[in-house]
Design a protein around this ligand. Structure first.
Ligand SMILES: Nc1ncnc2c1ncn2[C@@H]1O[C@H](COP(=O)(O)OP(=O)(O)OP(=O)(O)O)[C@@H](O)[C@H]1O
Length: 238
């Protein structure tokens, strides 16, 4: 599993600079959490990696393939094999849980669709819900279906944008347990954006702290906790 490298990325929306010379290598097969205050550019980093935005400048390499160069998209979003999970998920309302998870596989004419969907539903403990429709599920179950739907496609990277922000704490830790055990059994790259420093310190193999469009610290949780950076001290209260 290779890395995701962002080099010297500048990005602006309508003349307002959001990322400045953003450079970071997200380690392949690891969980990196991006932490930072509202508006610092976290979602923008994910959107650039997914190919939903073209940066003003800079390059992006995903799994040894140059996908963006000098602000031009070389590989479009649908060919990047990245899964994107948002806070406000979008399941197909008229499809059952089974059909939602199978959807992408059917689109790609994959083999053994039934077995792959069954295995994924088992991993998330959703087998008993497979005939239900999204409106019959809890918020936590819906988010697990959204994650299962991405993972069944075996993405090279899963980009998660505050995926559990609206989920209550106990359900959230159950979902994270499922995700972490799937990741441990068969590691893939996860970039996980959160406002919640505890969540980041708990699940991140490494943590990137952003402020105003740039990285102000990165490292493992120990390094981040012990960082003497003044901004970090006020932002992360352990
Ligand atoms: N499509 C857009 N058009 C104009 N401005 C945008 C657009 N998307 C984001 N922005 C602005 O860019 C800045 C960074 O946004 P971004 O969503 O990347 O931040 P964030 O760190 O993810 O914030 P939050 O934690 O609140 O989700 C913000 O000031 C935001 O208002």
């Amino acid at each position: 599993m290779s890395d995701i490298q962002l080099s010297h990325i500048d990005h602006a929306y309508g003349g307002q600079t959001v990322l400045r010379d953003f450079t970071h290598t997200f380690a392949g097969g690891k969980i990196t959490c991006i932490l930072g205050p509202s508006g610092c550019g976290k979602t923008t980093v994910l959107r650039l990696i997914a190919g939903l935005e073209a940066p003003g400048n800079g390059s992006i390499v995903v799994n040894d393939e140059r996908v963006t160069e000098n602000g031009k998209i070389l590989v479009p979003a649908y060919k990047r094999r990245t899964g994107f999970i948002f806070q406000d998920l979008a399941l197909w309302p008229h499809f059952t849980v089974y059909q939602n998870v199978a959807f992408g596989l059917n689109e790609h004419h994959a083999k053994n669709v039934g077995q792959k969907v069954k295995d994924m539903l088992d991993l998330f403990n959703l087998s008993n819900e497979q005939k239900k429709y999204p409106h019959q599920l809890s918020g936590g179950q819906k988010q697990m279906v959204a994650i299962a739907r991405s993972l069944v496609l075996r993405p090279q990277a899963l980009l998660m944008d505050e995926p559990l922000a609206n989920i209550d704490i106990q359900v959230k830790s159950r979902i994270l347990e499922h995700l972490l055990s799937i990741h441990q059994a068969d590691p893939f790259t996860i970039i996980y954006v959160t406002h919640d420093h505890k969540e980041a310190l708990d699940i991140g193999n490494s943590i990137v702290v952003m402020n105003q469009g740039n990285i102000i610290a990165s490292g493992n949780s120990e390094e981040i906790i012990h960082s003497q950076h003044i901004f970090l001290k006020s932002f992360i209260k352990t």
